[in-house]
Design a protein around this ligand. Structure first.
Ligand code: AMP
Ligand code: GLY
Length: 431
């Protein structure tokens, strides 16, 4: 069996590792383009994740049995459609299905069409229309928070949670006029009621008919301890059953997951792949903030370290629409992933320092994000987020202790990480 994984981050390292770690059969794993850590678990292929034509040629000439895509951009651009039209096996959502992430306007209108609980919203296609909605007062008073979102993919730069109307006006100017989220990403925007509560990430495998829930997870998006400072791609994640109790899980299934899957079928684009629900658990029940049409980063690292079932067999079941027949098992307990980044991230960051101490760590998996090898073979920190130290244990506190023990042994010039990942939740769990 030959599998090709597309992408180069911590998420793709975790996917690659899990394919290897859970597979009972002989499997040859390729990753395009990958990173220095993925090179331990896969043969790297020097093709960019967006180079669809080259990826198809590679999959054809190497007779790859299955391709799996990590990041959202190739999915939104139609990589699944392109592979399928050439008869090259791939698993993931088509471009039509990927609109659930690729267009926030589409996603919000989809939620509205199918009665899925979400924040109240309006969409605007010009700055003047956006300002008009803002001033109409329907999103609250001048000193109340409101959320402004670019319609298109913006690599995490497209959402502004403004604390008052003047910040919201600035955000509209930055997105629609200064185009800080990219050239066309904010041609349309969503203006949305700010919800309060705690966030949870619920991921599921789905073949378009049936689905399997993964353990509920939580991301830590802000750079600073205590959830302060700018948003990042994610500074750490945890899984723990108390993130979503049984009753809330049932509510999420009934009010969000089932109407989503039924809605996609009714609209003619059954979703196959990994669907990610970004939830806000509010006083009025769980509400959907966003869909992602792929594994989340760094949730995936914490989730897949607990997977017991052959990941490749799950991918195949998604493709063959036989997910209902597969029993997917997870290690009981909890898990944590603490991200170590370069100083300066998420702004301009230092890079190029040699990473030391990885041979000293035990009891964790080290998933690489931004690493590469220098000419003399040393491992160097080249990305914003560099490593995701990941562990699973019976209780969250022990999983976190494993991660932080390992981090004590790892060093490079400019390394930074948050010391409070999962702390609030772990305070309520046994040691
Ligand atoms: P999104 O890309 O839509 O998930 O937004 C990124 C982050 O912005 C979320 O994880 C939340 O922290 C925050 N956010 C998005 N929408 C809202 C909302 N309506 N109310 C409060 N926070 C939000
Ligand atoms: N962790 C959220 C994301 O991957 O978008």
């Amino acid at each position: 069996m030959k599998i090709l994984i597309i992408g180069s981050g911590g998420r793709e390292h975790a996917i690659t590792w899990a394919v290897r770690n859970t597979s009972a059969n002989e499997v040859e794993v390729y990753c395009a383009p990958g990173n220095a850590g993925i090179a331990h678990d896969a043969t790297l292929v020097q093709i960019a994740a967006e180079a669809t034509r080259e990826l198809i040629s590679f999959a054809q000439s190497e007779r790859i049995d299955l391709t799996f895509v990590g990041p959202e951009a190739p999915l939104a651009a139609g990589i699944v459609d392109a592979f399928e039209s050439e008869g090259v096996p791939i698993v993931g959502p088509t471009a039509a299905a990927a609109r659930l992430e690729g267009s926030k306007v589409f996603a919000k209108d989809f939620m509205a069409r199918h009665g899925i609980p979400t924040a109240l919203y309006r969409t605007a296609d010009s700055p003047s229309q956006a300002l008009e909605f803002l001033r109409s007062g329907e999103f609250g008073l001048v000193d109340q928070p409101v959320v402004i979102k670019a319609d298109g993919l913006a690599a995490g730069k497209g959402v502004v949670v403004a604390s008052n109307r003047s910040e919201a006006e600035t955000a509209i100017g930055n997105l629609m006029i200064n185009k800080i989220a990219g050239s066309n990403a904010a041609d349309r925007i969503v203006i949305e009621e700010a919800l309060s509560g705690v966030e949870a990430s619920v991921l599921l495998f789905t073949d378009g008919r049936d689905y399997v829930l993964m353990p509920p997870a939580r991301d830590h998006k802000r750079i600073g301890e205590g959830d302060v400072g700018p948003n990042t791609g994610g500074m750490g994640s945890i899984t723990d059953s108390s993130i979503l109790d049984h009753e809330t899980t049932q509510e999420v299934v009934r009010s969000i997951i089932e109407p989503t899957l039924a809605g996609t079928q009714r609209e003619g684009f059954a979703f196959r792949g990994v669907l990610f629900l970004g939830l806000m658990l509010t006083a009025n029940g769980p509400k959907l903030l966003e869909y992602n049409v792929r594994f989340g980063d760094p949730e995936t690292q914490a989730i897949l370290i607990r997977l017991k079932t052959d990941l490749l067999s799950i991918f195949q079941a998604i493709r063959q629409q036989t997910l209902a027949q597969l029993r997917v098992e997870w290690a009981p307990g909890a898990s944590a992933c603490v991200v170590a980044a370069n100083r300066g991230y998420p702004g301009a960051y230092e890079k190029g320092a040699v990473i030391r101490g990885l041979d000293q760590v035990t009891g964790v998996e080290v998933f690489h994000a931004g690493t590469s090898r220098s000419a003399d073979g040393s491992l160097i920190a080249t990305g914003g987020r560099v490593l995701g130290i990941t562990a699973t244990a019976e209780h969250l506190k022990s999983a976190l202790a494993l991660c932080y023990d390992a981090l004590d042994r790892i060093e490079w010039e400019g390394m930074q990480y948050r010391r409070d990942i999962g702390r609030r939740m772990a305070a309520g769990s046994p040691p």
